[in-house]
Design a protein around this ligand. Structure first.
Ligand code: PXG
Length: 297
């Protein structure tokens, strides 16, 4: 496996960064999780735009222009010979001293890109759905570093996921400070009630998922249903006809049991199944090509 670090490709064992990097010392940095399907990178522009927004929000200057980051992502998938891949891109503040002052990171920020095979939920989960629990951990408030920034501070999400695992569930739902549903530890959340689809608005404190946006588009275009963004308590999930999650890793997947309550039929429902199919068809038919060379006359 070849890993991109600041313009060079190294073998996995040699892919290392400094212990003085503020990404390690303080979680000072940002990341993106991106998929490639069948030799094409899915919604790369959306991921790059979110990366740029995250960088701007934390006063981080990207080490190279976005266009060059795009090239590096494509190249990293290419040198690893992957068609279907999970791409993890990280930008850290770079090397500094032991203080919090970001001005002490005198060099550039650091960029590394890993392209690997993807670990997915087994296919049967797309039929039978996931078990979810509500986490005791609250979503970060909007007056903190907004959950919209995909920062390297993922401890709350990791601990929420650990609560799910301890309860025999696959994902954890995070409520925000007002008790409304925000999102899951690594996925956005939707529910279906009486043929309407709902999802929390950005003001609930969510990462604005690339998959979330695609699914909202597909719901409107393919099912003729406009997704309603509004705040809701977890009781709306308990009484929903269907609940589903969206994320780069999971794509679209049902949540069929929440805090011990069975949701709808207890398996992936008709709307979720349609969206799973439309999403897969779309993901396999679009994206930035990794291998096709531009034809010149
Ligand atoms: N909320 C959170 C907190 C996330 O981390 C999403 C929503 C969905 O966003 P996208 O843009 O992926 O639709 C995420 C994304 C992993 C992994 O390794 C996690 C994510 C994405 C890819 C891989 O667990 N989370």
């Amino acid at each position: 496996m070849k890993i991109y670090i600041d313009g060079k490709y190294c073998e996995k064992d040699e892919a290392k960064i400094s212990v003085f990097d503020h990404g390690v010392l303080y979680g000072d940095g940002i990341f993106e999780g991106i998929r490639a399907y069948n030799g094409r990178i899915f919604r790369l522009d959306d991921h790059l735009a979110r990366l740029e927004d995250s960088a701007n929000a934390i006063l981080l200057k990207l080490p190279i222009p976005l266009k060059e980051i795009e090239k590096a992502i494509v190249e990293t998938v290419r040198v690893n010979g992957l068609k279907d891949a999970y791409i993890r891109l990280v930008v850290t503040r770079g090397v500094g001293d032991l203080g919090l002052d970001m001005r002490k990171c005198k060099g550039n920020s650091s960029l590394f890109i890993i392209a690997d095979r993807i670990e997915l939920y087994p296919e049967e989960f797309y039929e039978k759905g996931l078990t979810l629990v509500t986490s005791t951990i609250r979503q970060k408030g909007l007056d903190q570093v907004t959950p919209g920034v995909k920062s390297l501070n993922y401890l709350a999400n990791i601990l929420a996921r650990a609560e799910a695992t301890a309860a025999g569930a696959q994902e954890a739902i995070l409520l925000n400070a007002t008790g409304h549903v925000s999102e899951c530890s690594g996925d956005n959340i939707f529910f279906v009630k009486n043929d309407k689809i709902f999802t929390p608005p950005t003001s609930a404190g969510i990462l604005v998922g690339v998959t979330r946006n695609v699914v909202m588009e597909l719901a409107e275009k393919k099912l003729g249903v406009k997704v309603i963004e509004r705040n809701f308590p977890r009781y709306d999930l308990y009484s929903a006809d269907e609940v589903f999650l969206t994320g780069t890793g999971a794509e679209v997947i049902a949540g069929v049991k929440i805090d011990g309550r069975v949701i709808g039929s207890g398996a992936a429902g008709p709307v979720t199944k349609k969206l799973i199919k439309h999403f897969r068809d779309y993901a396999n038919s679009t994206g930035t090509p990794v291998y096709e060379t531009v034809k010149t006359k």
